[in-house]
Design a binder for this molecule. Sequence first.
Ligand code: CTP
Length: 389
Amino acid sequence: MLSGKTILLGITGGIASYKICELIRMYKRANANVQVVCTPNALNFVTKLTLQTLSKNNVAVEEFDIKNYNPEHISFADKADIMVIAPATANTISKIATGLADNLLTSIACAFTKSVIIAPAMNCNMWENPVIQENLRKLHYTILKPESGYLACGYLGKGRLCKIEKIFDKTVELLNYKPLTGKKIVITSGGTIEDIDPVRYISNYSSGKMGLALADTAKNLGADVTLITTKDVCKKYNVVKVKSASDMKNAVEKEFNNADCVIMAAAVADYRVKETASQKIKKTDEDEINITLVKNPDILKEISAKKQGQIVIGFCAESENLIENAKEKIAKKGCDYLIANDISRKDIGFSSDYNEVTILDKNGGMKKLERADKMTIAHQIFEEIYGKE
Ligand code: CTP
């Protein structure tokens, strides 16, 4: 099942480490090459000799234990097809989420560009700590949540490492499931910025998180991704930074002919300032000031009219009458799908890490995706769209 695949298995210092011995055996039985990387604390729970004997490879722990001229964290990251971090402690999760690379495992994670599965295990109060939850979401990894039960610390609650079989099955699934291979997917994200003068602008509250989750998911599913965004992001796929609606239009048009799918998740300003002042506008004695706005091009509508086999997907932000407005909008824009979300709710959508959406298709079909984190929603969107192709 896993012949020819190299799994980088990161083990951190939690009591659940002993369970990972069985996971290594499962990977080996499926013919994978398993490279174990431990944090120094992991070796307080499980021995190097055990891990080495089971994985039939040297176990890497120390960052500066250089065996050849290659920096180890980079060569491990380059050679592996997937990284699995299990169990993942609160400490390691938080370090990776903030870019800290103070041991071999966290350095590899920092340099790793392919799919990562993370299976946290910790005390239930640590698991429920909002800081840990926030750090975990930041990672955009495939998270295998801990289960409830009696914990080694004596508590009864959520924090126990998920079943080893679940980690194994997810590894096989991610390694073999690349349905978007060969597809070029262009995604826009963030709110556009329309200058008023050199110090002021018109924009909106879009965080760009949904577009980013779509881009990360598309990459994990094997696509060739271009993210056109107004936000600063650093990714191993093609990122094009833009500012205004007109910049975004140019960038989308440049990619459009070669794209298989364009997803307009950006919140594009409908209007821009008619004449951007070249110098700072000074305060006067008047109580009012007028700024004339002119309409921006509707990028989604324009590309939908030029489609030649591309799948074009729009987003629809509504604060009332979500479905009625969405139905009207899909007809007006001429796109293949419209993903409607309710921006009046504080627990989803704009700026939130969560979303709840309804996917409308051009033939009148509708599918509601229940509230979930944006990576899960992104995955479900691709399944819904490409499952139907
Ligand atoms: N969109 C676009 N160009 C614009 C405005 C919006 O491409 N000038 C795209 C967005 O990226 C999104 C979709 O159109 O995919 C719907 O955006 P939304 O703001 O919900 O709709 P609008 O067309 O702006 O209509 P309204 O603001 O009246 O709801």
